[in-house]
Design a protein around this ligand. Structure first.
Ligand code: ADP
Ligand code: MG
Length: 197
């Protein structure tokens, strides 16, 4: 059984919908699970969201995401030690994908820089990557308050970056066009299986 599971993908790919359903399903089966997300609703997470909204410098945004995660990882460690399954809606790979695209041109190798600043993270046992065409994802979230990240051209680059970074065996790439319940089943089945590695 996997204990620390993260959900990744572009905006509108279905991460929140599916991860919340997976959480309910695990609870229904009697497991003690915790649903959490990034940016968090703590001080730094709230500040991160505000800074994204006002269009702050990408370097500031990247460092805020990382600062928020430093606090979050402490909590995640504690929950795991207490024996809970932790489901996390966005985590370090969001920073790798979004911020490495945002920081292109500002430094030589943004992804490498972000990785170096992320050596404190705990590795998920499984990362579900919700893969979908940005046009389709955006059409799903029309009407929702959008952030500056939610334009097709930018999200195309982010989608590609996600695929590029999904090389470790902890990644499982899901076809996010499938039905919600099919995706939930796929995730739950995978979580119940052995760690694999
Ligand atoms: P994310 O958290 O990745 O931004 P959401 O879970 O908020 O995406 O989903 C965005 C919208 O798409 C919601 O209205 C949700 O109901 C819908 N949705 C999510 N997953 C699917 C799916 N597999 N098929 C069709 N619609 C979906
Ligand atoms: Mg979401």
């Amino acid at each position: 059984m996997k204990k620390f599971i993260t959900f990744e993908g572009i905006d509108g790919s279905g991460k929140s919908t599916v991860s919340k359903r997976v959480y309910e399903e695990l609870k229904r089966r009697g497991y003690s699970a915790i649903y959490t997300f990034e940016p968090t609703d703590g001080e730094i997470g709230k500040c991160t969201k505000k800074c994204i909204d006002k269009g702050a410098d990408p370097l500031v945004i990247a460092l805020l995401f990382i600062a928020d995660r430093i606090e979050h990882v402490r909590k995640i460690k504690k929950w795991l030690e207490e024996g809970h399954i932790v489901l996390c809606d966005r985590y370090v790979d969001s920073t790798y994908a979004y911020q490495s695209v945002q920081l292109e041109g500002q430094m030589e190798d943004p992804l490498e820089w972000l990785r170096q600043l992320s050596n404190f993270v705990i590795k998920p046992d499984r990362t579900f990557l919700f893969d979908i065409d940005p046009e389709e994802a955006i059409s799903r979230i029309k009407g929702r308050k959008t952030t500056r990240f939610e334009n097709a051209e930018f999200l195309k680059k982010v989608r590609k970056r996600y695929i590029d970074i999904a090389t470790e065996s902890r990644f499982k790439i899901l076809d996010a066009r499938k039905g919600i319940e099919d995706l939930v089943k796929e995730c739950v089945k995978d979580i119940m299986e052995n760690d694999g590695d």
